[in-house]
Write a protein that binds this ligand. Structure first.
Ligand SMILES: *[C@@H]1O[C@H](CO)[C@@H](O)[C@H](O)[C@H]1NC(C)=O
Ligand SMILES: *[C@@H]1O[C@H](CO)[C@@H](O)[C@H](O)[C@H]1NC(C)=O
Ligand SMILES: *[C@@H]1O[C@H](CO)[C@@H](O)[C@H](O)[C@H]1NC(C)=O
Ligand SMILES: [Fe+2]
Length: 487
């Protein structure tokens, strides 16, 4: 197989298994609505005594272990866990070989009440000064109850650093959530871009809200203890529940899921950015002020200027409520933010805006609606090569079930849509090429449904200028056009 690149092999495997296949998303085709129909599969939370929620054995054993990136460039992590019997120590031992922990990091403990629920002792430890591209082992807890995990730091940032991300949204804690997480963990991706709406605990009442944050933490640990999840706020993190006298916004989220916001000069954990491998990732809050003069607006305008596509060619934005969606559920809820930020996303050639919120999958064509103002008469989004692709991956599998009412006819901006559960992967190859795939949970099976080569928005034009031309995928392109209508 000399001369066959890793990407060509991957593409070939996908052709064998998938129905919709596009060689690239540059050509504007009519939108596709998948004809796949899911059989009945209940959207109910797993019972609290399900094994995925089991607490680790031992007095005061650390549980709900999770981690996120700890600084701007990825050679730090923030590791968090909960102890329930007593505060214990916010101490973490780590090193580069198994069972030999040369270093110790010290963090801090916090706890909170929610209605009459009292949280466990929540520990957060920043582990920094790490080597890039290195496997670390770590140990938390005491004596027989101590637990050991590992994680891998990303390579140092650079324009052609390959890296594989997973994308998950609206996860919850149902049997479908479990499928999504298991499928994701088979992918070999090294970091999750998590699009908000974690536990759906706010759908419970009184003390069960706190308890369901705990079950979610124990469930998600299988992935979150071993690799960073880069998270944003969803509406289920708002925590505005006046009937219980709980009105502090994002109370539980801020206690449990820290972000490295100071590293990107943000004044608030609601919005921040990180750089990882060859990507610059901007994490926004749909539920914090964002109009002109607010902190998020000012910070984003400055952060976009700090993006250096020669160091991190890939620019992704994460925000919960999609700007382009063609499902009736939550329709136009992202419109306020679109009016304020869309022009910047086009100007700065954002590659992809990933959103959740709508419990389904959808991908847009490159469209924008930035000529619109209330007096211009330019009312419709139009094809725009500088615009990002908008992808909704709100299909993690939470207890609310699927959004399955579609706007008809399918709007021009919508390229492909399917109400199913699933997750995406994005494998960056170099500064110009990345392989994107959406995987459906097909009644428990993992099925790659659509996949394409994503061309970098910034480097695409540079490469074309150098007359390198487009990659010719030959036979793959033919299978793509044959497979465009799903069977
Ligand atoms: C936090 O834990 C300490 C020690 O158990 C306890 O005294 C305090 O009341 C707790 N605070 C909250 C807000 O639950
Ligand atoms: C509104 O849009 C129209 C058409 O693009 C443009 O001519 C006009 O200047 C805009 N109005 C304002 C106040 O920017
Ligand atoms: C990136 O990888 C693709 C696929 O392997 C290749 O065709 C392309 O030339 C590479 N681009 C650069 C800038 O190396
Ligand atoms: Fe949501």
């Amino acid at each position: 197989m000399a001369g066959v690149t890793k990407m060509q092999l991957l593409l070939f495997q996908l052709v064998l298994t998938s129905f919709v296949f596009l060689d690239s998303v540059d050509n504007v085709n009519a939108g596709i609505t998948s004809s796949y129909l899911r059989k009945e599969y209940p959207a109910v939370d797993m019972p609290v005594d399900h094994e995925v929620f089991a607490a680790p054995k031992g007095y005061n054993a650390p549980q709900q272990v999770h981690m996120t990136q700890g600084n701007y460039d990825g050679n730090a992590v923030i590791i968090s866990w909960v102890t329930v019997d007593e505060p214990g120590l916010s101490k973490l031992q780590y090193g580069t070989s198994d069972k030999k922990y040369k270093f110790t990091a010290q963090g801090k403990m916090t706890n909170y009440t929610f209605y009459e629920y009292k949280s466990g002792y929540i520990h957060h430890v920043l582990v920094d000064g790490l080597k890039f591209d290195t496997k670390y082992y770590y140990k938390i807890g005491n004596g027989d109850s101590a637990r050991e995990f590992w994680f891998r730091t990303p390579p140092m940032i650079g324009p052609d650093v390959p890296y594989k991300f997973g994308i998950i949204g609206d996860l919850g804690q149902t049997f479908n959530s479990l499928s999504t997480l298991e499928h994701y963990m088979e992918s070999g991706a090294e970091c999750v871009l998590f699009l908000g709406d974690f536990s759906y605990a706010d759908e419970y009442e009184y003390n069960d809200v706190g308890l369901r944050w705990d079950t979610f933490g124990r469930f998600a640990e299988r992935s979150m203890a071993y690799q960073p999840w880069i998270w944003i706020i969803g509406n289920h993190e708002i925590d505005y529940l006046p009937y219980m006298n709980e009105v502090t916004l994002f109370k539980t989220y801020f206690q449990r899921y820290p972000t490295p916001h100071l590293a990107s000069k943000s004044s608030s954990p609601d919005f921040y950015s990180v750089r990882r491998a060859s990507a610059h990732i901007i994490a926004l809050s749909s539920y914090s002020p964002f109009v002109k003069y607010t902190p998020q607006y000012i910070w984003l305008s400055e952060e976009l200027e700090r993006v250096d596509r020669t160091k991190t060619p890939w620019l992704f934005v994460l925000l919960h409520s999609p700007m382009y969606s063609s499902y009736k559920t939550h329709f136009m809820e992202g419109e306020g933010m679109r009016v304020v930020f869309e022009e910047w996303f086009v100007k700065h050639k954002v590659d992809v805006v990933f959103s959740g919120h709508v419990h389904a999958y959808e991908r847009s064509h490159r469209f924008s609606n930035i000529r619109y103002n209330v007096s211009s008469g330019e009312r419709y989004p139009a094809p725009d090569e500088s615009a990002p692709i908008y992808i909704t991956v709100g299909d993690g599998g939470n207890l609310e079930g699927l959004a399955d009412t579609l706007i008809e006819p399918q709007p021009d901006y919508s390229a492909f849509r399917e109400p199913s559960y699933g997750h995406s992967t994005l494998e960056i190859m170099n500064r110009t090429h990345a392989l994107y795939t959406w995987h459906r949970n097909d009644e428990g099976k993992k099925v790659p449904v659509e996949s394409f080569v994503l061309h970098n928005q910034y480097w695409k034009s540079k490469v074309q200028k150098r007359k390198l031309g487009k990659q010719n995928l030959g036979v793959l392109q033919q299978s793509a056009s044959k497979g465009k209508k799903m069977t």
